[in-house]
Design a protein around this ligand. Sequence first.
Ligand code: TRP
Length: 464
Amino acid sequence: MALSSESRHGMWSSRWLFVLAAAGSAVGLGNIWKFPYIAGENGGGAFVLVYLGCVALVGLPIMLAEVVIGREGRRSPINTMRVLTQQHHRHPAWVIVGWLGVAAGFLILSYYAVIAGWALFYILRMASGAMTGVTANVANQAFNDFLASPGQMLLWHTLFMMFTVYIIGRGVIKGLETAIRWFMPLLFVLLIVLVGYGVNSSGFERGLEFMFRLKWESVTGETLLIAMGQAFFTLSLGMGAIMAYGAYVPSTASITQSVIVIAVLDTLVAVAAGLAIFPIVFANGLEPAQGPGLMFVTIPFAFGQLPMGAIFGTIFFLLVSFAAITSAISISEPVLAYLVEQYNAKRKRVAISVGVLAWILGVGTVFSFNVWADVHIVGQLTFFDFVDYVSQNIMLPIGGLLIALFAAYGLPKTVIAAQLNARGKAWWIGWRIVVGCIAPLAVLAVFVATVVEFDTLMAWLNLQ
Ligand code: TRP
């Protein structure tokens, strides 16, 4: 199999479209819904700073590695790994990277569609004016009532999955290029409006302190693992999504700058979401650690207090749903592209099969909030918690670790240097060290720290 300069699935028409598409993949529920609630559950400051460190030190270099590998192979992650290992005479077991990504993709897509369904439902709820002027408690109760109804949740879950299947069936490039150009800027503007509301609320200082005051004593091995998992999740790393998008990047485009822009945009959106949500939490006596419902209570409440809040609130949830769709598309792309390549299948058919499978798994997540709320898979984890934990905190970091190692030791240096146009550039050696050594060690250290509890280790060190 010869390597090609074009992918059979199409190509981004410019570097900017790749940046927008990858940013569309990165910016999603992970930034607006997940980041604030995980930060809330893990004590705020310590978590946020560790997370930012993970984005810069582990996330960025691995993202670069994914794009490079994808563009070199120009196929779905599974076939890209297959072709590259054959071409460079490496062990075929590296293909595991692709399969692990497909498995993680199914797990993530299954619950992603459920939560995105909540956002769809809130478009309607905000538009109806039902949240106008309500108290924080009423907003909280309204959300709990929604969670208690599996029928409602299934309906919105199904709708979201149908939208996603429709777009991925038409092709990523066609489906994305038009939509993304205007939605990202709009999302930014609305987030700024919300941050403005937060800044003027009486809870702003406490919100800031909660997010950014480093409390080392509350950092455990678990915090590190969750922060790292979140960094992978929010940047869409570790499962081949960015690798798949990398396969469609024109050969002439420079990728280093693109990757930095993507990571910066993604981080800004997450921090803005936190700055919008925590002041509202503290000004209204809500609970920062209330879990997955955090955004669905604080944001409707805040818009409910604003003039024309019903309109802005509707637009906000529309944008969140949009952000979720552009992410769901990228989660499905690795497996979709693989099935199309392998069986010469029609994209539409493949899209429907993938959607149906992920939908079925997703029913478990729907039930985790009502009928199966008391069913625990491991410890206190519901089905949703479990699927989320395993995919985000275990599968993505392992996938990312392998991708980094492959970029550093699997591919010849010259191939990578050519891809990155890196000859003679100062950052090249730095990147090699980070990808071949620092990032893999960081991932490993975090796993070890979770197993050997961090506090025990610290206590032991203090004794010495
Ligand atoms: N990054 C997206 C978010 O923050 C979710 C996402 C898209 C994703 N593609 C992915 C997560 C691939 C993990 C892997 O919402």
